[in-house]
Design a protein around this ligand. Structure first.
Ligand SMILES: [Zn+2]
Length: 146
């Protein structure tokens, strides 16, 4: 729940920022020109506004892509960025036995994200593996007979 709440919060923050930029654009750019007593529309009829719309659209797509990219690389529990990416698998056995993937881990040990690097027929989904309590596991290792 916290993970998706953070994602919605980031989307809302990005939307507020883009709306503020939209208002600034409306205030700062000159009005579309008047041609033969007809006020031209901004989009596709005025070069300044058309370029402004294009750049605004590109920026909005970039902000949305960044928000999604950043969210996918966060821990599902504590929301910190995942660290220590390692490459596993083997490109020689990529199709069946050991597909190459990148595994990143939460710095506090909450889980591991495995991102496949080969997509044979369709895009392979990322998989999140939640870890147990690592202190409990260490205590169990310490209690083993030696
Ligand atoms: Zn974590």
């Amino acid at each position: 729940m916290r993970y998706w709440g953070y994602f919605i919060g980031k989307l809302a923050g990005a939307a507020v920022g883009m709306y503020a930029l939209w208002l600034a654009m409306q205030a700062l750019l000159p009005e579309p020109v008047e041609f033969m007593r007809v006020k031209m529309g901004g989009f596709t009829q005025d070069l300044t506004w058309t370029l402004a719309y294009l750049l605004y659209w590109l920026l909005a797509c970039g902000v949305l892509a960044f928000v999604v990219w950043d969210q996918r690389r966060r821990c599902r529990i504590c929301l910190r960025r995942l660290r220590m990416p390692i490459h596993t698998g083997n490109w020689g056995l990529a199709l069946l036995f050991a597909p190459p993937q990148t595994e990143s881990i939460c710095p506090f040990g909450h889980g591991t994200l495995a991102s496949p690097e080969t997509h044979t027929s369709t895009a392979q989904p990322e998989s999140w593996e939640r870890h147990g309590d690592m202190w409990e596991e260490l205590e169990q290792m310490d209690q083993r007979p030696r």
